[in-house]
Write a protein that binds this ligand. Structure first.
Ligand code: PLP
Length: 447
């Protein structure tokens, strides 16, 4: 067995050779060097124990330290870790996982294409939407409408779809053909509202207006996370998605659901879109499909899109795919992971523990700096404000709270002025209460 045993100081020194995502090297001073983890707990090389309120990056759904997934991965790797899924090849785990996922998110989503992560999955979704219209003779239908505060990933196209300016400024010019409309944020809606309109109606109207402004004959798809994660854990009002679906149908615009965070039990159902009975034409997924034990993502496409792919002549074959599409070991892990989520009733635990977490956070609304508490299942946000009456956001205080929580052994994530919580779905009541207690006492000390 290869075991990398290094003392804390050596890891910190050697880690200087690594460029870390989204982190200024000069701020990478005292990293959490995680050496071991189980359940919701991280253990570091300098003997710290941290409750991971973010399940890694919203993805370790079945929790850390599971012993079945490594067994499955090792067994598959011994048989065949990887072989191409290109032109005429497949493996039993890839076939089986695609079969298992057929109809899981919606009865019309029965075909799966595999990628390795969320960004690749969203790129696949955009290209597939464009391909669909191309095959129907509508080559000009290529534009993608997204939303402000959306996060869709980091590849060139996914960056352009992302609606958070910080990800854009230093990487221009962005890929053309993407535009953004206001997020359906019930606490802080940035668009215009007509008298008597709900936020859901106004945000859906913004989509219709954008389609008309761009020209419906040029718009391929609208992409939306069911609940926006990185943008601030924004839960849309219940009337939003039904209106969005109707608008997409009215103008022949495909609807892409980005389930990268919301999928696989995070919101208490298998998929976030099921909170609103949404019927996407394409669904992107990643993260929770393997609970992060190996890299896997992908898209599911509607039967209608599948028919268009099937009926294309060979010279118009859908020319898309990654080396690691359908990676055998990753797919085997994905299959076992779905079995564990089901067997351990993790959707129910996500709902029950999510309610407990939100109820606990609800008590923090007594503090003057806690403006809003929201979420579904184990995807929750606590928004920090300067002033409750004006709802002025306070990202600086949110960062302070994040740092103070870390010092107290609780890992959260400050997304703008919101503290995000997405712990492993295996979390128990006592651990939920510890999150609430630590956050409460930190806020008490800073309010
Ligand atoms: C909603 C959403 N889509 C896409 C991505 C990108 O996924 P990845 O980092 O695996 O490329 C993320 C990552 O957090 C995400 O939250």
């Amino acid at each position: 067995m290869v075991d990398i045993v290094l003392d804390h100081a050596t890891v910190v020194e050697h880690d200087k050779s690594q460029l870390h995502p989204l982190h200024h090297p000069k701020q990478h001073i005292n990293p959490l060097v995680v050496d071991r983890a189980e359940g919701v707990w991280l253990h570091t090389t300098d003997n710290r124990t941290v409750l991971d309120g973010m399940a890694g990056l919203w993805n370790v759904n079945i929790g850390y330290g599971n012993q079945e997934l490594p067994d499955v991965a090792a067994a598959q790797m011994r048989k065949v870790a990887f072989t191409s899924n290109f032109v005429g090849m497949t493996t039993p785990p890839a076939a089986e996982l695609a079969h298992r996922m057929a109809g899981m998110a919606h009865p019309t989503l029965n075909t799966t294409f595999f990628a390795s992560g969320g960004s690749e999955s969203n790129d696949s979704a955009f290209k597939t939407a464009r391909y669909y219209w191309y095959r129907l003779g509508k080559k000009d239908k290529f534009k993608i409408i997204s939303r402000q505060a959306a996060y869709h990933g980091i590849t060139v196209a996914a960056t352009a779809a992302t609606g958070i300016p910080r990800y854009h400024t230093m990487f221009g010019p962005l890929a053309p053909g993407f535009s953004h409309i206001p997020a359906p944020n019930p606490y802080r809606y940035a668009g215009d509202m007509h008298p008597g309109e709900t936020v859901g109606q106004a945000a859906a109207r913004a989509l219709e207006e954008e389609i008309l402004r761009q020209g419906p004959e040029t718009v391929a798809a609208f992409i939306a996370e069911p609940i926006q994660g990185v943008g601030g854990v924004i839960v849309p009002p219940d009337d939003y998605f039904p209106l969005v679906r109707a608008i997409c149908d009215k103008y022949d615009v495909l609807l892409i659901a980005d389930e990268v965070i919301c999928g696989f039990g995070r919101t208490g159902l298998w998929f976030g879109q099921q909170q609103w009975d949404l019927r996407p034409d394409i669904m992107a997924f990643a993260k929770g499909i393997t609970s992060g034990y190996l890299q896997l993502g992908g898209i599911q496409i509607s039967d209608t899109i599948r028919e268009v792919i099937d009926s294309a002549p060979p010279e118009d074959t859908w020319m898309h795919g990654y080396t690691y599409s359908g990676h055998a070991a990753a797919c085997a892990v994905g299959l076992k992971n779905l079995e564990i989520i089901e067997r351990e009733n993790l959707l129910e635990n996500s709902r029950l523990m999510g309610e407990r977490l939100k109820e606990g956070f609800g008590k923090l609304l007594d503090f003057s700096i806690v403006g809003d508490v929201r979420g579904r299942g184990l995807l929750c946000g606590v928004e920090i404000v300067k002033d409750k009456a004006t709802r002025e956001a306070d990202p600086v205080k949110a960062l302070e709270i994040y740092n103070a929580c870390m010092a107290r052994g609780l890992r959260t994530r400050n997304v703008g002025s919101t503290l995000a919580f997405a712990p492993p779905l295996v979390i128990n009541a006592d651990e939920v209460d510890q999150i609430v207690d630590i956050l409460g006492s930190v806020i008490d000390g800073l309010a």
